[in-house]
Design a protein around this ligand. Structure first.
Ligand SMILES: [Zn+2]
Length: 190
């Protein structure tokens, strides 16, 4: 399956419930894992940390999250169905985010430091996750996808929040007025 990128309207839809045990759901999860790892092969400076099903054009409430963010050799992901944010807590932290569905651009996005999530595993087992730091940020980013929200929405009016990666893998600020402000690929409805 192809990774869907902005301004594809499927990224802006609210996804529907994923039923554990449904073979269609299992097939989507398999494709998500494969596509994450394929994307990573072409982006040597980056880790494919997570993905949400709408990013493959499947508007189902599924996310996958890498089991080990610090080790690219570990190719295992955990799939979470119907994840919901129960509570967020802590300070608001601003840090870099990128997205397979938003080519070229990165952003400094404010998010709560901590999040409590409930979800189901692929077999329907209910789970609760107390996350902080990068895991909390990742889960909030992916759950946003299920509601048609992208990281760029959180920073769309912030002139100094957008970045691009250079060939060495370093992030450099972007000229907001020239590249972002009237960018119809990023914000087609404005
Ligand atoms: Zn994303």
């Amino acid at each position: 399956m192809e990774i869907v990128t902005t301004p594809d309207p499927r990224l802006r839809q609210k996804s529907t419930k994923a039923n554990p045990g449904d073979p269609e759901i299992a097939a989507i999860i398999k494709a998500m894992k494969q596509d994450c790892l394929e994307w990573e092969k072409e982006h040597i400076h980056e880790l494919s940390a997570a993905m949400a099903a709408p990013q493959l054009g499947a508007n189902k409430r599924i996310i996958i999250v890498r089991n080990d963010f610090d080790n690219k050799e570990n190719n295992e992901f955990t799939a979470l169905l119907n994840p919901e944010v129960i509570k967020t807590d802590g300070k608001i932290i601003t840090d870099f985010e990128g997205c397979l569905s938003v080519p070229y651009y990165y952003g400094k996005v404010p998010r709560p430091e901590k999040a409590k999530i409930k979800a189901e595993l692929e077999d329907g087992t209910p789970v609760r996750i107390k996350a902080d730091g990068f895991l909390a940020r990742t889960l909030l980013h992916e759950i946003d996808h299920l509601n048609g929200v992208l990281f760029i929405d959180h920073i769309k009016d912030q002139k100094d929040a957008f970045y691009k990666m250079n060939d060495e893998g370093d992030l450099e600020p972007v000229d907001y007025d020239a590249e972002i402000k009237n960018n119809k690929d990023l914000f087609p409805d404005d």
